[in-house]
Design a protein around this ligand. Structure first.
Ligand code: NAP
Length: 284
């Protein structure tokens, strides 16, 4: 995936007093880290990243201009806010490693699917603030969708800070923790479903004679425009669909094919399956 261009800026960071550790700066952690820099939420000196491999740490340090190491404990010690972005099954080990750096003043934000706030609280052995977040990859372009939920020891101020952080990379909602696996199945995995729909529409454009690049642009912009209509008008999607569907026109013929092909049921089942799988990820 293309990296985000981060330009040097003289403007003070929006959150100049918060130091953040991104433990596991891989795909999602790396996207968030770069987005924080791009949005000027934190200055480079306020961010400490970690990865598993030394050579990758060196390469990322140079590429992003932030301190990236393989030392989770050192990074956690320097940070007020600790983002846990390793794979779900690695979270218990990671907490064990950083335990000496933890105290009740720090905030842990975990983006790991399936791992419960209570499991993190208990592993830390402290009454520590744990916020669970489920972002998605379009956060790279400020167009993410994230849901947050809070553990037992999170203050309103800590939650506000977490919301502010995720709002800079997209739309953010707060949910009860019982909904987090559903969020993972819907918006965490969702970009993949939409890419398939866009790819299929583009393929369809090619089938009816459009050049591929034109078809892909039209398909993607149509998905973007339809999403924008839903979000900005607040109208129910069915109402917006009805408005495009002229009696005896061509759209209703297209819809008939979609219904016959079971697109609706297929998407519902896809989210159900992904939600079920999300429940199991913490176990590895
Ligand atoms: N990908 C998504 O769309 C998405 C969306 C929402 C949430 N998430 C969550 O984000 C988490 C990471 O997923 P991902 O897709 O970003 O995986 P990923 O690309 O494999 O990233 C994991 C990162 O963790 C690093 N790492 C592994 N062991 C480590 C350790 N002991 N200490 C420090 N860093 C370590 C890896 O380092 P190396 O690079 O050196 O191997 C890698 O950079 C998961 O819990 C997932 O549930 C992902």
């Amino acid at each position: 995936m293309t990296e985000i261009a981060v330009e040097a800026t003289q403007v003070p960071a929006q959150l100049p007093h918060v130091r953040v550790a991104v433990l596991g700066a891989g795909k999602m952690g790396g996207i968030l880290l770069q987005a924080f820099l791009k949005q000027n939420l934190f200055a480079a000196e306020q961010i400490f990243g970690t990865v598993a491999h030394t050579e990758r740490a060196l390469a990322l340090s140079t590429q992003w201009g932030v301190e990236v190491s393989t030392d989770n404990l050192a990074a956690a010690k320097q940070a007020d806010l600790i983002l846990l972005a390793v794979k779900p099954f690695q979270v218990p080990d990671l907490i064990e490693q950083i335990r000496p750096a933890l105290n009740a003043k720090k905030t842990l934000i975990s983006i790991a699917a399936s791992v419960k706030t209570r499991a993190i609280e208990e592993a830390s052995g402290l009454d520590i603030a744990v916020i669970r977040a489920m972002p998605n990859t379009p956060s790279a372009l400020g167009a993410g969708a994230a849901a947050l939920c809070k553990g037992r020891f999170v203050s309103a101020k800590q939650m506000e800070l977490a919301e502010r952080i995720f709002e800079t990379v997209g739309r953010t909602v707060v949910v009860d923790e019982k909904h987090m696996d559903a969020v993972t199945g819907l918006s965490g995995s969702g970009p993949a479903y939409i890419y398939i729909i866009i790819e299929a529409l583009a393929e369809a454009g090619v089938k009816v004679g459009l050049p591929r690049d034109v078809a892909t642009q039209l398909a993607a912009q149509t998905a973007f425009g339809a999403a924008k209509m839903v979000l900005e008008t607040g109208y129910h999607p069915a109402l917006l669909k009805d408005a495009v569907t002229t009696p005896a026109g061509c759209t209703i013929d297209g819809i008939l094919e979609l219904e016959e092909g079971g697109l609706r049921v297929t998407l519902i089942k896809a989210v159900m399956r992904a939600t079920e799988r999300a429940k199991q990820l913490a176990a590895g």
